[in-house]
Design a protein around this ligand. Structure first.
Ligand code: NYM
Length: 212
C-alpha cells in the first residue's frame, strides 16, 4: 500500500465569488488528469446539525449567534473522521468553505472578535492550500442581486471581506489570493496550477492541526 496521502484544498471567498463553480471544475480536472479527488462543502446541510444550520440560513428558524457559530463548527468536526480517512486513502479533498468562512461570517457580527470565533475550530485538520477568491463588493454587486438567505447583503459582505483580510495575515497557512473577476476558465487554470503543486507537496507530509 502506498502511503501517499491526498491534499486538503479549501476554496474561500465572499458570496458570489464563484467558489462552487470552481470547486466542481477543479475536481473534474483533477480526476481527468488521474488524481483521486472529491468535493465537499461546508455547511454540509445533509446531517442533523447541517439541517439546523440550513433552517437558520433560510430564515425558517432563529438561533442565538454564539449557538449557530458553534453549530457551524460542530458540522465540521462531525465530518473530520471521514475527511481524515479519505486523505489517508490518497483522495484529495476540494472543500467549498471551511473554518475561515466560519470565523469571517460570525466575527462580522457586532460583539464578536476573531479570537473567540477561532477557538471551536482549533485542532481541525489544517488545509494544505487555501485559495481565496478575491472579489470587490462592487464586482460582487454587478453579478446581480444577492439571494434571500441570511448574510446576503452588501454591507455585511463588506465586513466579512475585512475579516477574511485579517485571517489571511496568518503565515502558518498556505493562502493564495486569486482574482475572481477574471474569466471562469482563466480562474480555473490558476486554481488548478496551485492545486497540483499542493498535491505534490502534500505527499508523505503528515496532516497537521489548524491554528495550533
Ligand atoms: N457560513 C458558512 C457561516 O456563517 N459559517 C460557516 O462556518 C460556514 C461554513 O453560510 N453565507 C455562511 C456563509 C454563507 C452560508 O452558504 C453558506 P453556501 O451558499 O451554502 O456556501
Amino acid at each position: 500500500m502506498s502511503c501517499r496521502r491526498g491534499a486538503f484544498i479549501v476554496l474561500e471567498g465572499v458570496d458570489r465569488a464563484g467558489k462552487t463553480t470552481q470547486c466542481k471544475k477543479l475536481v473534474q480536472a483533477l480526476q481527468e488528469s488521474g488524481h483521486r479527488a472529491e468535493i465537499m462543502r461546508f455547511p454540509d446541510r445533509t446531517t442533523k446539525i447541517g439541517q439546523l444550520i440550513s433552517a437558520y440560513l433560510e430564515k425558517k428558524s432563529d438561533l442565538e449567534d454564539h449557538t449557530v457559530h458553534l453549530l457551524f463548527s460542530a458540522n465540521r468536526w462531525e465530518l473530520v473522521p471521514a475527511m481524515r480517512q479519505k486523505l489517508e486513502q490518497g483522495v484529495s479533498l476540494v472543500v467549498d468553505r471551511y473554518a475561515f468562512s466560519g470565523v469571517a461570517f460570525t466575527s462580522a457580527k457586532p460583539g464578536f472578535c476573531l479570537d473567540w470565533c477561532k477557538k471551536p475550530d482549533v485542532g481541525l485538520p489544517k488545509p494544505d492550500l487555501v485559495l481565496f477568491l478575491q472579489l470587490s463588493p462592487e464586482e460582487a454587486a454587478r453579478r446581480g442581486e444577492y439571494g434571500a438567505e441570511r448574510y446576503e447583503s452588501s454591507d455585511f459582505q463588506r465586513n466579512v471581506q475585512q475579516r477574511f483580510q485579517q485571517l489571511m495575515k496568518d503565515p502558518s497557512l498556505n493562502w493564495k489570493v486569486i482574482d475572481a473577476a477574471q474569466s471562469i476558465e482563466d480562474l480555473h487554470t490558476e486554481i488548478k496550477t496551485h492545486s497540483e503543486a499542493a498535491i505534490k507537496a502534500a505527499t508523505n507530509q503528515p496532516i497537521t492541526e489548524l491554528w495550533k
